[in-house]
Ligand binder design. Structure first.
Ligand SMILES: Cc1cc2nc3c(=O)[nH]c(=O)nc-3n(C[C@H](O)[C@H](O)[C@H](O)COP(=O)(O)OP(=O)(O)OC[C@H]3O[C@@H](n4cnc5c(N)ncnc54)[C@H](O)[C@@H]3O)c2cc1C
Length: 597
């Protein structure tokens, strides 16, 4: 079926994704009177943001002395200097404003006795530039994301945002000038393909954590935005950097928030030792995640893991007392019962580092505009295309994100992108004409599945991607293991082209949807493994045994050659690089130095 026969709708703005970032952006737009469509594969309040537990980072200073300069410093250092300092300054300065705004939208934060917002300590959050832990994570018990997502949804309903629930965006529409004109989408209920035309298209599709086998992420986190961008010629930035969260429940993957350690929980090895004191004398259990995950792995490797197979670490909260646990960590208490059969008030719970967050994504500037290399400049704006949230790379998290900086990133850049679009006076502009081939890529993908009479199950191929990524792009990497991963993932990419679809029915056909998702998983996996194998140093979450600690390159970080962002292009599986912005907007730069805690 050609373009002319497909149903079409026009909007000022189409947003793909109804998580925290998509709904913060849509709120800004709908309130300004623009005609906004928000697409989501699931009901908005089921987006992965709902699972966020620990908190939102903002230097309110309600419970200990804090200011945005400390937050800025911690974030730059946490990023292992790969974060862009202009974007980090912007985020940290905006933080108190967006948190108070959220409070006024009705967000049910926990309260201090004086009525101010409750804040807990978190990994890598310090006062006085690394001197001591600070209380910066604004929390609603251990259900912060749940409270935030529901608050934003209610505000969007009030502002009359149009939601397209259970609609899956398939591909980005670009014309011959490279301008973005909207998306094609599958209405999951009917199986029908639609064209959604827009003056601006904003991706807020979340992370791709499902490219790994053991993940804290929701099943829908298949990196669709990354896949759509990559297929349309947009590069993906810094995809080698994936965060392992230190405390996923052993054998279940379910997350136990860093808020546990914020409230005082302790990691112990088989000897009962609080081993983090040895590795990070100042921050101990609250060192940043990349660091703690590696220490845990080290303990297990050296034979001090817990349990019959010595393959996990114990997270001990027994000394916190039942009352604190039930007040501050009620979901963690339930998770202990349901996923580990453990009463955390009485015994420690087994944990292992588990994949959690992608630091990389679609490259943007601080207005959320997608930027690509063009005519000699590294950051040329793609007209009509924005990205915010976990699918984007602005880049505030660099090589390692600090806990609570993601929910913050959603609010700050969702709002900023919304404001930028509003300021661009869309109402007075016409829609550009759609090119004749606008829907071809999607229709070809669907036709291939439709025509298949044999071929592998999508799930079998997806599971092999996950197995391979888990093995070849883990907490500790070696050059040989990554190189082997590049070969394996390239081989799986060939298999993706021959996936078969047995059930050809239209209505709510989840098999077709899963097959379409695999097209996105493979782009994210390729980007990750190819970018990782090419980075010959250790930095943040990308730790390679071959590039270890030397006097010239402490911790294996090589700033002379590798203080730069990776750009991966799907076409030709090709890499390019661009400089890191070490210049903040108004303050002095934090120059690179050795990272210790
Ligand atoms: C268990 C867990 C706990 C966390 N805790 C914290 C925390 O305490 N603090 C913190 O700062 N960060 C935390 N994080 C990280 C943070 O929650 C996420 O990075 C963030 O919520 C992602 O938000 P988002 O808006 O980018 O995307 P998401 O909330 O993941 O939403 C993505 C949206 O895109 C839609 N979508 C995707 N593909 C398509 C498609 N093809 N078509 C249509 N719609 C599509 C989905 O339906 C969904 O609506 C946590 C993450 C996890 C997994």
């Amino acid at each position: 079926m050609a373009l002319a026969h497909l149903p079409k709708r026009k909007f000022d703005v189409v947003i793909v994704g109804a998580g925290g970032s998509g709904m913060r952006a849509s709120l800004q737009l709908a309130r300004a009177g623009l005609n906004v469509a928000v697409l989501s594969k699931v009901f908005p309040t089921r987006s992965h943001t709902v699972a966020a537990q620990g908190g939102i980072g903002a230097s309110l200073g309600n419970m200990s002395e804090d200011n945005w300069h400390f937050h800025f410093y911690d974030t730059v250092k946490g990023s292992d200097w790969l974060g862009d300092q202009d974007a980090i300054e912007f985020m940290c300065r905006e933080a108190p404003k967006v948190v108070y705004e959220l409070e006024h939208f009705g967000m049910p934060f926990d309260r201090n006795p004086d009525g101010t917002i409750y804040q807990r300590p978190f990994g890598g959050h310090t006062a006085n530039y690394g001197e001591k832990p600070v209380q910066r994570a604004c929390a609603a018990a251990d259900r912060t994301g749940h409270a935030m997502l529901h608050t934003l949804y209610q505000q969007n309903v009030k502002a009359r945002t149009n939601f397209f629930v259970e609609w899956m965006a398939l591909d980005l529409i670009r014309d011959s000038e490279g301008d973005v004109l909207g998306v094609t989408a599958l209405e999951m209920e009917t199986g029908e393909v639609h064209v959604l035309q827009a003056k601006c298209t904003l991706f807020a599709t979340g992370g791709a954590g499902r490219i790994y086998a053991a993940s804290t992420n929701a099943f829908i986190n298949t990196g669709d935005g990354l896949g759509m961008a990559a297929r349309a010629g947009v590069p993906l930035q810094d995809m080698e950097f994936w965060q392992f969260h230190p405390t996923g429940v052993h054998n279940a993957g379910v997350l136990l928030t860093e808020g546990c350690r914020g409230e005082g929980a302790i990691l112990r090895n088989a000897n009962g030792e609080r081993f983090m004191e040895r590795y990070a004398p100042t921050l101990k259990d609250l060192a940043p995640r990349d660091f703690v995950s590696r220490c845990m792995d080290q303990e297990i490797k050296e034979g001090r893991g817990c349990g019959p197979n010595k393959d996990y670490i114990n997270l001990d909260m027994t000394h916190l007392g039942g009352e604190t646990i039930l007040k501050r960590l009620p979901s963690v208490y339930e998770i202990g019962h349901n996923f580990a059969n453990v009463d955390i008030t009485k015994e420690p719970i087994p944990v292992v580092p588990t994949i959690h967050y992608q630091m990389g994504g679609i490259p943007t500037n601080i207005h959320g505009q997608v930027v690509v290399p063009k005519d000699g400049t590294p950051n040329a704006v793609v007209n009509g295309f924005y990205a915010v949230g976990e699918c984007s790379c602005v880049s505030v998290h660099g090589a390692n994100r600090l806990g609570t900086n993601s929910l913050l990133d959603l609010l700050v850049f969702g709002r900023a992108a919304g404001n930028h679009i509003v300021a661009s006076a869309l109402a007075s502009r016409n829609h550009k004409d759609l090119p004749a081939d606008a829907a071809d890529r999607s229709l070809e993908r669907l036709a291939r599945l439709e025509a298949s009479t044999s071929g592998e199950y999508a799930q079998d191929v997806a599971n092999d991607i996950r197995k391979s990524m888990q093995q070849h792009a883990g907490v500790f990497r070696t050059q040989a293991v990554m190189d082997e991963g590049v070969v394996q993932i390239a081989a799986i990419a060939e298999r993706v082209k021959h996936i078969g679809l047995k059930d050809k029915s239209k209505v709510f056909n989840t098999a077709r949807i899963e097959a379409l998702e695999v097209d996105n998983l493979i782009e994210a996996a390729q980007a990750t493994i190819v970018s990782a194998a090419a980075r010959h140093e250790s930095r943040g979450a990308h730790t390679v045994n071959d590039y270890g600690d030397t006097p010239q390159h402490p911790n294996g970080r090589n700033d002379e050659e590798w203080l730069k962002h990776t750009l991966w292009f799907s076409e030709g599986n090709r890499l390019d690089y661009k400089p890191v912005n070490l210049k903040p907007l108004s303050v002095d730069s934090v120059p690179p130095k050795v990272r210790s805690f």
